[in-house]
Write a protein that binds this ligand. Structure first.
Ligand code: F6R
Length: 252
């Protein structure tokens, strides 16, 4: 796939509608895969944006007998320097907000390790790519978008062909995380992220954006010439991508 100036398909909807729509798609994928005797492979984000989707999937398990036994998940990213139990680690977020609530087997959930030894980071990232490939690739990538246009932690400057790797976090990303960490000085400076090419390898990509603080970056994502200055622009041209955004984010 080459960089494309194709428009990004947009679905204007409320956060609640987006959560229901995405959860419905994920549930259909899981059931279709189970009928075929296969795993459904999901790529998942943390942050505020996907919480409604996780709540809705938990509800579907309870009310509609949605079974997650054939699901494997790969998270987008993790802060470096945080042990798994750190309150701000993405591993802990995922366990508390989603995995423990649906009883997902820890062996089916992959998250880059935040406490991998510096000398092992490159090998750990290569292993993450191998695990995704061995799982048969990502079926469905759910993404949020940072105010600086990052997807995962692919910060401005990230290449279209980037793979899972160590990155230095952008100042906007660290500033946005500062409150949760109790101060900018406590926010890690580095992270591991799936690459842009890794994400674009997903067979289906859904991007969620809600609220007025995403308006400027959404406009640039939709209108700028695709390039590393706004990594989310690389999503344009993916064969099965859709942005689900509310009126505040779309400026409507
Ligand atoms: C999180 C991630 C990030 C977030 C983005 C939006 O795992 O990969 O790209 O999706 O920073 O964060 P929220 O949803 O908190 O606005």
């Amino acid at each position: 796939m080459t960089t494309s100036t194709a428009p990004l398909p947009i679905q204007a909807c409320s956060p609640a509608e987006a959560a229901r729509e995405v959860a419905r798609e994920i549930a259909a994928l899981i059931r279709e895969r189970r009928a075929a005797g296969r795993m459904a492979v999901l790529c998942l984000p943390t942050g505020r944006t996907p919480l409604g989707v996780y709540d809705e999937l938990v509800r579907m398990q309870r009310d509609e007998a949605l079974d997650f036994a054939n699901v494997t998940t790969f998270n987008l990213d993790e802060f470096l320097g945080l042990p798994p139990e750190h309150p701000q680690s993405f591993r802990r977020y995922m366990r508390e907000r989603f995995f423990a609530r649906i009883g997902l087997e820890p062996t089916h959930t992959w998250i880059p390790s935040g406490d991998v030894a510096p000398a092992q980071i490159a090998a750990h990232c290569a292993e993450y790519e191998r695990e995704i490939a061995d799982a048969g690739g990502l079926d469905y990538a759910l993404l949020g978008i940072g105010r600086n246009g990052h997807i995962g932690f692919n910060e401005p400057g990230s290449a279209r062909d980037s793979r899972t790797r160590e990155v230095r976090l952008h100042e906007v990303t660290r500033a946005d995380a500062a409150r949760a960490f109790g101060g900018l000085e406590f926010v890690p400076e580095r992270a591991i992220t799936m690459g842009v090419a890794t994400i674009l390898g997903a067979r289906r990509v859904r991007v969620l954006a809600f609220g007025a603080d995403k308006r400027d970056i959404l406009r640039r994502t939709l209108e700028d010439t695709p390039g590393p200055q706004v990594p989310a622009t690389f999503l344009r041209g993916h064969p099965d991508v859709r942005l689900l955004a509310d009126g505040a984010a779309l400026g409507r």
